[in-house]
Design a protein around this ligand. Structure first.
Ligand code: SAM
Length: 225
């Protein structure tokens, strides 16, 4: 007999299942134009550290499972505009809120992350809001397949400029992903390396604006033609 998959809402109501990826909380954020995103996220991201692969956990902690202010602010900023027909990609999508906001605003979105679990959450969160997004597993250090799927008109990334490794990978990757005249929107909570990253961008003009939160900034990079 075919088994029905439980809905995210049903999963969220279940008390403490053994797998911490299924111990969920439900939330929602407001967007522009009276819109709203409903989403689910793991209740306890720290519980997603696996004792059998400490090295991997240290190299890539399960940050995808957290609700980061930069992700909320990027989703909000994106939702101000009509992106009908725009081909967009999100890097390090985590729970996927900016991807969902872009899809709600008409974009065709590819949400990417190195974590397969993140992609499941991003897709479920899109589905909950009545939109479809594509997902692809991709690491910034090995981006050939992603680059082959581009270039994109809009690249979204929230809170990805932490650590020298990330900054170096973003510096190499971003110019390969965006069409001439296309945009990269990055939200960032004043991470220590962000200024250095922005100062090194010579392939785009950079415009920085405030978000609703005092310490989160939106950097819009427009690729020079
Ligand atoms: C701080 S979290 C931000 C998540 C989401 N953008 C947000 O703001 O809520 C960083 C995200 O980047 C992803 N990430 C980190 N290193 C990565 C890499 N080398 N390649 C692809 N994704 C990576 C993580 O899995 C995580 O989802």
């Amino acid at each position: 007999m075919e088994q029905r998959r439980p809905s995210p809402a049903e999963l969220a109501r279940k008390p403490s299942p053994t797998d911490p990826r299924l111990d969920l909380l439900a939330g929602s954020i407001d967007l522009h134009h009276g819109r709203r995103i409903r989403f689910v996220h793991p209740r306890d991201p720290a519980a997603l550290l696996y004792e059998d692969d400490v090295a991997a956990d240290q190299a890539y902690p399960p940050y995808w499972a957290e609700l980061w202010p930069s992700g909320i602010e990027l989703a909000h900023a994106v939702s101000e505009h009509d992106w009908t027909g725009t081909v967009a990609v999100e890097l390090g999508c985590g729970l996927g809120l900016p991807s969902v906001a872009a899809a709600l605003a008409g974009a065709r979105v590819l949400a990417t992350d190195r974590s397969a679990d993140a992609l499941v959450f991003a897709a479920v969160n899109a589905e909950q809001n009545g939109v479809a997004i594509e997902t692809a597993r991709c690491s910034w250090e090995d981006p050939a397949e992603l680059v082959a799927r581009g270039p994109f008109q809009l690249v979204l990334a929230s809170d990805v400029l932490y650590g020298q490794r990330n900054v170096d990978e973003m510096r190499a990757l971003l110019p390969r992903l965006v069409v001439p005249g296309g945009q990269v929107w990055i939200t960032d909570p004043d991470r220590p390396l962000t200024e250095e990253f922005l100062a090194s961008v010579d392939w785009a003009s950079v415009q920085t604006s405030a978000t609703r939160l005092p310490k989160v900034w939106l950097h819009r990079l427009t690729r020079v033609a």
